[in-house]
Design a protein around this ligand. Sequence first.
Ligand SMILES: O=C(O)CCC(=O)C(=O)O
Ligand SMILES: [Fe+2]
Length: 318
Amino acid sequence: MSSPSCLPVIDVAALHDGSLAERRAVAEQLGRACEQHGFFYIVNHGVDAALIDAVFAASRRFFALDFPVKAALDKRHSRCNRGYEPLRAQTLEAGAAPDLKESFYIGAEVPGDDPRVLAGRFNTGPNQWPVQLPAFRAVMQDYYAQAYALGVRLIRGFALSLQLREDYFDAYLDDAAATLRLLHYPPQPANPAPGEKGCGAHTDFGGLTLLLQDAAGGLQVWDAQAGGWIDAPPIAGAYVVNIGDLMARWTNDRYVSTLHRVINHSGGARYSVPFFFTGNPLHEIACIPSCLRPGEQPRYPVVTVEQHQRDCYQRTYG
Ligand SMILES: O=C(O)CCC(=O)C(=O)O
Ligand SMILES: [Fe+2]
């Protein structure tokens, strides 16, 4: 099945209720998409559609709050990068103008006295919740759990797609860090600053990203073969999934981490919800031996998930 943008659409239902043979058949499609594009759509993903609607509704309500209410939850008040980030706070494309998006970061709720927090684990700790929106926290926590479980199913599928045991990545999947990020894009201005856009061209940092987008459109993906940008328009009920840098390193770039960006030409606001599956912070990412073709060397030094994530935040937040 092909989508309007030529990125593949993969039905992943079998990953949660299929036999091993059926899971392998899905995995084969995942593998092809990861090699060719690093980007694809998934349908029948098992995440509750009403919950997804509730996430968007809560996100719209949050961004509609008065600026001082949002600013009181600024992520600068958090030691673990949780909370609100105003427009133009991040520059995902080096050299371009800062991104025209405001956002809200959510992670697993970890109390401040948890040993992992006390040990200084990156991006780990309590969230900042907007108490003005009573349903917000429960909706986001339910969604976090369902998106996390979907991420696990897909990464197990990646293991099969690489002819590895299905549990090959399980140590990485155990106690994994992940980030749920709410994004709100104003319309692209009529006279943008040089390079100014919703979200500058970048690759994602982690293992895999699960992206929900509303109907506005504006996501573009770099097509290395054609040497140009292709649209990844919204498909109702589908996720856009992409490989992040960690999975690319792990597979020695057999699975590609592909540049993408957002330009919101819709004329109205755009809302999207990426879920970044980062992985167990202590896990070491070293080239998977079977991903080395004869005569090839690993392209990247071994890195822990946590060190890699720190480096990426440093790069885009300066
Ligand atoms: O808003 C989108 O559609 C994409 C956002 C994105 O690429 C990101 O946050 O990494
Ligand atoms: Fe991204």
